[in-house]
Design a protein around this ligand. Structure first.
Ligand code: FE2
Ligand code: FE2
Length: 145
């Protein structure tokens, strides 16, 4: 039984929130660097799943391209911040900036996109199934690499 797309995306948001908490609490440099990499990878994958699957399905169900356009721009900005992490002198500051931006975006996503998706009659279970399939495909590719 496929999970509701919004529940899946929200559990990604929460997972990253937990990783950011772990990052802040981690004492040694290697652990922090590892967590920073996982945070960036999780956010990148999450943004990709939304852009490839959820946002187009939302735009189709609601006829609203503008919300999706704004969300894509916010993702773009986040990706620019993520791209700077490998060369960041201040890893704490870099992760903090990413999370501050991500949180703002997540709040908008919740308020504008998810709320509207629920009332639109969008096929959330079907879209959730597609998200799960795509995530598994990407995970398999990453493991092969
Ligand atoms: Fe998003
Ligand atoms: Fe999201």
């Amino acid at each position: 039984m496929a999970q509701d797309a919004i529940a899946l995306l929200e559990s990604d948001h929460q997972r990253v929130e937990g990783l950011v908490r772990d990052f802040k609490a981690a004492g040694d440099a290697a652990a922090r660097l590892h967590l920073a990499q996982i945070i960036c990878m999780e956010l990148t994958l999450h943004a990709m799943l939304e852009e490839e699957i959820f946002y187009p399905a939302f735009a189709q169900a609601t006829g609203d391209d503008q919300l999706v356009e704004r969300a894509r721009k916010e993702h773009q900005h986040l990706k620019e911040l993520i791209a700077r992490v490998p060369s960041a002198d201040n890893l704490d500051g870099a992760i903090e900036a990413i999370w501050r931006n991500a949180l703002e975006h997540i709040e908008e996503e919740r308020r504008d996109i998810f709320a509207r998706a629920r009332s639109s009659g969008m096929e959330l279970a079907t879209v959730g199934g597609r998200i799960q399939t795509r995530r598994a495909e990407v995970a398999a590719t990453v493991q092969e690499a």
